[in-house]
Design a protein around this ligand. Structure first.
Ligand code: GLA
Length: 399
């Protein structure tokens, strides 16, 4: 069975864009095995756009660019498989891919068969250059069927950026994960707005079909293909990875793991965070409370009065895990350090229950003992604190 848990892996797009090759993919596979990524659960090595020649061959087949993939695609897949990893490739539901290469519209069954013959285990399926008169849901369904008819078990990673409220229908047409927003860029605002836009859809994400919040930018520091604006601080990268794990969504690394600093490697391999992402019950986080502020934004185009809008800044989440365990997470989107609390009664645990949470800080390992009633913590700006909690009976239960 595939996608029983959120898929984990690496994808070439965020760092390399067009600058991909068979050699690069094999080097990434080596690093995944040698440096603990495979052991931590990362499994798929995925080639994104720009792998093909600009024309199909005379029989209508896609052709891997011989300069980038001199030994063809099957050789690359075979190498990845020889390492005990799985191999992913990219195509698109439109006439051309986003970078202008031939795409699978009206070639779905032919391409799926070809991918299966090469040994593809994962297909990312994009949405650029999609004909105006074509039916988006139907075309994704056709590729889903084509993969099922291909003779190989292939994870179908749809990427239509949320068009036609994808969270409502992707699961029913056999998709295993679906990109629900536009592209991530390597800055704080980008990943926060992706997260906020999908919070209310996370209850529809779960085993066999996950909402995909896009490839991580953790550890990129603006190197590569998606650098727009100020790159993230280490705290912001920690926030990004924690938010993805809390949501229980696919963890697809976008950084060049051949050359990543030790702190970011440690973050991507953090067992406690990965365990939250991969929890067997795959439950979405529950929003215990949030604090919002009104912010003013200038309408530069019309030069009218500043616009006022609500901006959510502090979040407290609880996520139910297997075996009566929980995570309580505090998220601070202010620039400055702020105190955030969790009133346990708002998380299903009033004082009168006689129960409390035994709490452990996921980042420092510090054991806080048993807390009753509430917990308050100071969180640095653009950062988070996560606590693994057990439900325990309190000794000094007061009537
Ligand atoms: C789109 C997708 C990206 C990436 C590029 C490739 O923008 O959303 O994730 O695959 O296309 O061209």
């Amino acid at each position: 069975m595939i996608a029983e848990r959120p898929p984990m892996g690496w994808n070439s797009w965020n760092t390399f864009g067009n600058a991909i090759s068979g050699q690069l993919v094999c080097q990434i596979a080596d690093v995944m095995v040698e440096q603990g990524y495979q052991e931590a659960g990362y499994e798929y090595v995925v080639i994104d756009d720009c792998w093909a020649l600009k024309e199909r061959d005379e029989n209508g087949y896609l052709v891997p660019d011989p300069e980038k993939f001199p030994d063809g695609m099957k050789a690359v897949a075979d190498y990845v498989h020889s390492k005990g990893l799985k191999f992913g490739l990219y195509s698109c539901a439109g006439i051309l891919t986003c970078a202008g290469y031939p795409s699978s519209y009206d070639h779905e069954f032919q391409d799926a068969k070809q991918f299966a013959e090469w040994g593809v285990d994962y297909l990312k399926y994009d949405f650029c250059n999609f004909p105006k008169n074509a039916d988006c849901i139907n075309r994704y369904h056709i590729m889903s069927m084509a993969l099922k008819a291909s003779g190989r078990e292939v994870l179908f990673a749809a990427c239509n950026w949320g068009v036609q409220d994808s969270w409502n229908w992707m699961k029913s047409i056999g998709v295993h994960m679906y990109r629900s927003t536009g592209d991530i860029f390597d800055n704080y605002k980008s990943f926060i707005s992706i997260y906020q836009s999908q919070l209310e859809h996370l209850s529809q994400s779960g085993p066999y079909c996950y909402n995909d919040l896009d490839m991580l930018t953790v550890g990129m520091y603006n190197r590569g293909n998606v650098a727009i604006g100020k790159c993230c601080t280490d705290g912001e990268y920690r926030l990004q990875f924690s938010l993805w794990c809390l949501a229980g969504v696919p963890l697809i690394i976008g950084a060049d793991i051949r050359d990543i600093n030790p702190q970011m490697k440690e973050l991507l391999l953090n067992k406690d965070l990965i365990a939250i992402d991969q929890d067997p019950e795959c439950r979405p986080p529950f929003l215990v409370s949030k604090r919002s502020v009104m912010v003013e934004e200038e309408d530069k185009e019309n030069a009218v009065e500043p616009l006022r809008r609500v901006s959510d800044k502090l979040y407290t989440f609880i996520k139910h895990l297997a075996n009566n365990e929980f995570v309580i997470a505090y998220i601070n989107l202010f620039e400055e350090e702020r105190e955030i609390n969790c009133i346990f009664a708002d998380a299903g645990l009033p004082y009168s229950s006689g129960y409390g949470f035994e709490m452990k800080d996921i980042f420092t390992g510090e054991k806080l003992g048993v807390k009753k009633d509430y917990h308050l913590v100071s969180v640095p700006g653009h950062d988070c604190r996560l606590y693994r909690c057990k439900l325990v009976k309190c000794d000094e239960y007061r009537k």
